[in-house]
Write a protein that binds this ligand. Structure first.
Ligand code: CMP
Length: 503
């Protein structure tokens, strides 16, 4: 088995720090040997850390320089070795704490800033202690504070780096945002925070570009933050003509927005009139996004849903009042044309094949044409149903919930029909039917169907058969939440006849 990165690091750490420790342990021996054998050869000895002649007098210039050079080399070598040991231990400990312990406890986002600052502090403190142990007479603090020129040189050289570091520390302490949050700057640039380091912040823009902002610049910006684990709201605007009831518009738009993907079900969208505009009523929709990083797509989908609901309900977007429209008149469908195309459409539906033209015309009179957006629910399971639908163009998915997830049990397309079960039996809708593409349907009301069923008992029978076939797929083995069907073949027909008051 290949060694893990932890094992590799541990082995390197043990070998490296062990070697340095051995050398450090060997130092006093070498120093002792120096004092005992080498110094006497030059008639020198160490007393109280000072070099003197064996007779106690001051040593000569040459001897003193040579020996103090050797002694200094020893001190410096010791400082370097101790620092190497400290760096090795700190790096290994940081690896242990940040990579191993924090990662297994799920905190993967500890920024590199914290690690860098921690290590620098430990290195500086260790250096002071080690240096003082080797040169107790040198005042390091005074050396640093007294050296104004050194300070200025270092300060100027590291101006930007230090600025970023301190701005980074301030950001880290404030924690105004975290990885995964959506941030927008005062210059309107926005994106998702990818990483926070001691130099700056990486932001992935919605055009998939990487925006690298230095901490110093970030510190000066006004930043709008949409936290990742928060329900953040969005505003979308639209207008309607003045002659449509605001109450109805608000209700329709609220429902359409509520059903849009990524719009949170936890908070009901708010639709309100924002202004009486020059050419129409101006509205504002406020919704809360489950995943705020997808707000561009969701805003667009919300606008699309509003368009479709307006199209279905014949609500117009206002045209600018001051613009004079000169051009070809939009071709409008006359009632006669509507009737004949609807009759034609109904005629091509197999179950209505036995009906006469007159009957189809009656049916067409009681029907309304509606268009649904892809993904929009046309009927919902459990709702009361007073109409059935014939698909003129498009396709739908018939869905039932299985363990809380919508499962498609059938797909219907042009000339198929649905919604007949609750219309004919008076039961709640047995399934949810969702448009899988833009779908145009004819909605036929119960009041229009009843006289036709009375005249055509064979129609009750053929629809009853289809209802029975469909109920098979809705059986309890597929979904335990569905009540077992009580009726036999005759039972369905009976309940249809009962509900419509037929003989
Ligand atoms: P209804 O119960 O009024 O509303 C949901 C509709 O989905 C239902 O009428 C049927 O028209 C349709 N439906 C239910 N089950 C099936 C199925 N197995 N195949 C096709 N359509 C179905």
């Amino acid at each position: 088995m290949a060694p893990s990165s932890f094992q590799k690091k541990a082995v390197v750490f043990v070998i490296f720090s062990g070697t340095i420790t051995l050398i450090l342990v060997a130092f006093p021996l070498v120093e002792g040997w120096l004092q005992e054998y080498i110094l006497p050869q030059f008639d020198l000895q160490m007393t109280g850390g000072k070099l003197v002649n064996t007779d106690g007098s001051q040593p000569g210039m040459m001897a003193s320089t040579t020996v103090s050079l050797v002694v200094n080399i020893f001190h410096i070598a010791k400082i370097l070795l101790w620092m190497a040991l400290v760096i090795s231990v700190v790096r290994f400990l940081i690896f242990l704490i940040f990579q191993t312990v924090l990662r297994t406890s799920g905190q993967t986002e500890i920024s590199s800033l914290l690690k860098t600052v921690l290590s620098i502090v430990v290195y500086i403190v260790s250096f002071f202690i080690i240096f003082q142990s080797q040169y107790p007479d040198v005042q390091l603090g005074a050396l640093f504070s007294g050296s104004a020129i050194l300070g200025i040189v270092v300060g100027l050289a590291l101006q930007d780096t230090l600025g970023n570091l301190f701005a980074g520390i301030a950001l880290q302490a404030d924690k105004p945002f975290q990885v995964g949050d959506v941030v927008t700057f005062s210059n309107k640039e926005s994106g998702v925070v990818e990483s926070v380091s001691w130099r700056g912040v990486n932001i992935r823009t919605f055009q998939n570009k990487l925006l690298v902002m230095s901490n110093a610049v970030m510190g000066k910006e006004t930043i709008e933050v949409a936290p990742r684990d928060n329900l953040n709201a969005r505003l979308v605007f639209f207008s309607t003509v003045y002659n449509k009831s605001p109450a109805r518009t608000i209700q329709l738009v609220r429902e359409a927005v509520r059903q849009t993907e990524n719009v949170s079900q936890k908070l009901r969208p708010v639709v309100r009139i924002k202004n009486f505009g020059e050419s129409g009523l101006e509205y504002e929709v406020k919704y809360w996004a489950d995943d705020y990083t997808k707000y561009n797509d969701t805003d667009a989908l919300v606008r699309q849903r509003i368009w479709y609901v307006f199209h279905r309900e014949s609500i117009d977007f206002p045209l600018p009042a001051r613009t004079i429209h000169i051009g070809a008149k939009v071709e409008e469908v006359t009632p006669d044309e509507y009737l004949s195309t609807t009759v034609e459409c109904l005629h091509s539906i197999p179950i209505f094949a036995p009906l006469s033209d007159e009957e189809l015309e009656k049916l067409a009179h009681g029907s309304t044409n509606r268009v649904y957006a892809p993904g929009e629910a046309i009927v919902r399971k459990g709702q009361e149903g007073k109409s059935m639908f014939v698909i003129v163009r498009g396709a739908v998915d018939v869905q039932i919930p299985v363990e809380g997830i919508a499962k498609t049990i059938n797909q219907l397309k042009d000339n198929d029909f649905f919604g007949e079960m609750s219309l004919l039996t008076g039961r709640p809708r047995s399934a949810t039917v969702v448009a899988s593409e833009e779908t145009e349907v004819l909605q036929i009301k119960k009041t229009a169907l009843k006289p036709i069923l009375e005249e055509n008992p064979e129609l009750v029978e053929s629809i009853g058969k289809i209802v029975d076939e469909r109920r098979e797929l809705l059986n309890p083995a597929v979904n335990s939440s569905i009540e077992p069907t009580a009726e036999t073949d005759h039972g369905v027909l009976k309940s249809i006849r009962n509900f419509f008051g037929l003989k």
